[in-house]
Design a protein around this ligand. Sequence first.
Ligand code: ADP
Ligand code: MG
Length: 453
Amino acid sequence: MTNEELWQAVLARIQLNTSSNNFSAWFVNTNIVSKNEKDVVISVPNKIAKDWIQNKYHREILKAFRELNFNIRELDFQVNITSLSKSKTNNQEQEVEDPNINQLHFEQFDINRETNLNPRYVFDNFIVGSFNELTYAAAQAICKNPGITYNPFFVYGGVGLGKTHLLQAIGNKVYSENKNKKIKYIPSEILTSAIVNSIGNNTIEELKNSYKKYDVLIIDDIQFISGKVKTQEEFFNIFNFLYQKNKQIILSSDRPPKAIANLEERLRSRFEGGMIADINSPDFETRVAILQKKCQEKGIKLPEDVIEYIAENIQKNIRELEGALNKLIAHHKLTNEQINIEITKKLLKNIIIPSFQRKNPQKIIKAVTDFYNLKERDLFTDSRKKEIVKPRQIAMYLMRKELKNSFPSISRIFGGKDHTTAIYACKKIKSDLEKMESLNEEIEAIKQILYSC
Ligand code: ADP
Ligand code: MG
């Protein structure tokens, strides 16, 4: 196996276990530079990616290597100087932009440097079903008349449901049909860092002017501008300029505009002023169709029962479906073993949790107390201390959400308190989730503990 194949196998594993929708943003243009028995050097496109991966994924990467039978102890990250200088010399336009915009988003081979679009994301390989057909139709209409039909176009939906794919497919289509149009795809974290850096360098006006040249501006995961006052202010200015000139603005988010906390009212109302479209989770038949199409693309044939097993058990999102598939393919490449249902069950056991394991409030209590470093009995006291109240409420919330337990039964678990306690707890956590990104991360981390034990 080449280093590149090994790295792809590592990434496939990390992708499976990560709830973060930033996954692809941080790992594009990364690779293994060198490797010996114990150490691996990984190249990353820039310092931001380096810090992020080091802080958030260090352990996951080591774990993935171990799962692949490489007992790596040390990871070293190296900013890839050649890719930096290459892109600088290739960048003929004298635009003042954060170099990260052009760095982070070209994958190994083919991210278009001018548009930042990944040519892999096109309508030809975008599967349409009842879960996304309205959004797809709107996207098609936009391609016919960018800037006119629906502006802005705001797409929202959960992680891994195809927002990035759809946004980029629009960009690619407009680009392929009209090479004169200036199109730019920017993940909102990159927009934010570009704005912050250019304020620091006194180049904010140049930066804004460079954005104002676009005919189609696509900002992915706009929810991340929540609470970023400066970014919101500058983006508002860019938005208005483009909007008034009938330039197409396309945004995605994991939630509708009204649920983005700490978003200036004037921006929120702009976001709501065009077409808002959502993407839901695909149904079983669509999941099967997605898996079949992905197999075709990847040139692998899987038995029908394997496809159905995955489609039945992975319901939440398309990224996970794809992740499961990648895991099977990586295994097949490594061992040359034909994939059958037994191997599938074994390989996917960490992702697919038998329902009897899931339906257990005790497991939730254990996961929550593990996460907050509390004793299980702490949750059952009457303590009103914040350090106890919040975990207790989260445990109730998870029992409701993950196990669909009734409010009275949840209250009974916590010592027969009035069932309004459970109702209040769920409401409180829900509303906090809309306000606090960090709480979302905490709960995702607890769920990871829950589903891995
Ligand atoms: P999101 O941006 O909503 O988190 P992505 O667009 O990154 O999700 O999609 C996750 C993965 O699933 C990508 O590899 C993407 O190509 C694939 N995918 C998502 N939706 C579809 C679809 N309708 N048809 C085919 N592949 C899809
Ligand atoms: Mg996305």
